[in-house]
Ligand binder design. Structure first.
Ligand code: NI
Length: 169
């Protein structure tokens, strides 16, 4: 397994649209393993392949307290959504920025696991929000794009400043 570098907003590669996985081979299993390791090490609760510059419809999520509930979500489709939830979101590609984003409260997801086996998942609360956040990444969308343009400008300048400081370290 290996830690993968995570792209940071506003890297233009975060805007690429991911394509479906068609071959459930050893390369996909390795990608899933590496993404899980990268997410846990960050630490984070979700990671989309887009964020590690692999433009395939692959997501890993674990919202449990003890890292015991890894969900591998490949070729996801939301087939039902209901309710509204507005929660504070963050993103490994947008370090140290948190803001409120409107989401559906409950979603029903159809996806495939790392072997290609289809399954259905009913999710609510944090898991439902995380699924929607990660699926946005597969469409080239980062959560800050839901914010006002003024806030987006502030986020960009904060991240530029942060990148400069890190280079100086
Ligand atoms: Ni994210």
């Amino acid at each position: 397994m290996a830690l993968l570098p995570i792209l940071e907003y506003p890297d233009p590669r975060l805007k690429k649209i991911a394509t479906p996985v068609t071959a459930f081979d050893s390369a996909i299993k390795r990608l899933v393993d590496d993404m899980a390791e990268t997410m846990y090490a960050a630490p984070g609760i979700g990671l989309a392949a887009t964020q590690v510059d692999v433009h395939k419809r692959v997501i890993v999520i674990d919202v449990s307290q003890d890292k015991s509930d890894l969900k591998v979500i490949i070729n996801p489709e939301i087939v039902a959504a209901s309710g509204q939830a507005v929660g504070e979101e963050g993103c490994l590609s947008v370090p140290e920025i948190y803001d409120r984003v409107p989401r559906a409260e409950r979603v029903t997801l159809q996806a495939q696991d790392a072997s290609g086996t289809p399954y259905t998942l009913e999710a609510d609360g944090l898991l439902a929000v995380c699924i929607q956040h990660e699926m946005d990444h597969l469409q080239g969308k980062v959560f800050v794009e839901y914010l006002s343009s003024l806030k987006q400008m502030r986020v960009k300048s904060k991240l530029k400043k942060r990148a400069r400081e890190h280079r100086a370290d």
